[in-house]
Design a protein around this ligand. Structure first.
Ligand SMILES: Nc1ncnc2c1ncn2[C@@H]1O[C@H](COP(=O)(O)OP(=O)(O)OP(=O)(O)O)[C@@H](O)[C@H]1O
Ligand SMILES: [Mg+2]
Length: 263
């Protein structure tokens, strides 16, 4: 049986910030329809990996292919590829003086010249998909944290991207809202035929909806496998990370934010 062509293919990838190598020798293939959880301690390079997937950070070595094409280095080709990647960042980035519906409409107004009546219909569908049709006329300040995250999710879906990237989608949410958002991630992935990459340190909330998990530590991928394999892993890095233990092979101070701050 032939494998479907991957949605993401990273080969021999090295990512640097300034002259510091953040990740090296990254190999990854994400198949259509998969949800891949990217786990790892703070500062290990999760967001840096995402920056490579959106073409924001060009690789220092190796190759990045997304949605069947090599990552363009810039220009129109890069902008077009980015339109096909839905990104939900940690801050919701909702515009406070626009209603919920207007926030979701924004990418459609910016990137298409669809007539207003159609835009409104599409916005209605996206809000329906996240269970917030009734909130269309509300303003972001009137929403709970979980609702605001779902509006941001509807907006990320506005242009029907085949690939969704989530960076810490649960930050600041209580356990109930976290459960709602995570099950929504799975449901949208499956009903809309998406592929999703979810960066998080919320291991226990994320593993149940993930097909595969990666653990990043000490400059590379230290584990790749199913959530069940992750739970069973006797790898010391993985165990330390899952248990949240301060002592172990993941150095507590492995990646200080301000390089050189510790003399
Ligand atoms: N724009 C940047 N310029 C320089 N260094 C950066 C930049 N962004 C990140 N870094 C450094 O790269 C390393 C990895 O950062 P990254 O943000 O990818 O970590 P992370 O795994 O997403 O962490 P967190 O869980 O806290 O979000 C950190 O040491 C960070 O200081
Ligand atoms: Mg991050």
């Amino acid at each position: 049986m032939t494998q479907p062509s991957p949605i993401v293919a990273l080969h021999g990838l090295r990512l640097t910030r300034g002259d510091r190598t953040i990740l090296s020798d990254v190999e990854l293939r994400v198949a259509p329809g998969e949800i891949v959880a990217v786990l790892g301690p703070s500062g290990c390079g999760k967001s840096t990996l995402l920056a490579a997937l959106t073409g924001e950070l060009p690789p220092a070595a190796g190759t990045v292919e997304v949605l069947g094409q090599p990552m363009p280095s810039g220009g129109r080709a890069l902008l077009e590829l980015r339109r096909r990647i839905g990104v939900l960042l940690q801050g919701n980035g909702l515009l406070t003086d626009l209603s919920v519906a207007e926030n979701v409409a924004l990418p459609l107004r910016t990137h298409t010249d669809l007539p207003d009546v159609l835009i409104r219909r599409l916005v209605d569908m996206k809000l329906h998909a996240v269970g917030l049709r009734a909130a269309a006329d509300a303003y972001p300040r009137e929403l709970s944290g979980g609702m605001a995250r779902r509006v941001a999710l509807a907006r990320a879906l506005a242009l029907d991207p085949p690939l969704m990237i989530y960076d810490e989608p649960l930050t600041g949410l209580d356990p109930i809202a976290s459960g709602v958002v995570m099950s929504l991630v799975r449901r949208l992935n499956d009903t809309l035929g998406l592929t999703s990459i979810v960066v998080t340190h919320h291991v226990h909330e994320t593993l149940p909806i993930a097909d595969r998990a990666l653990v990043i530590a000490n400059g590379g991928i230290v584990f790749a496998g199913t959530p069940a394999e992750l739970e069973r892993s006797d790898d010391a890095f993985v165990q330390q990370f899952l248990r949240g233990a301060p002592d172990g092979p993941i150095a507590f101070d492995a990646a200080p934010r301000a390089a050189g701050a510790v003399a």
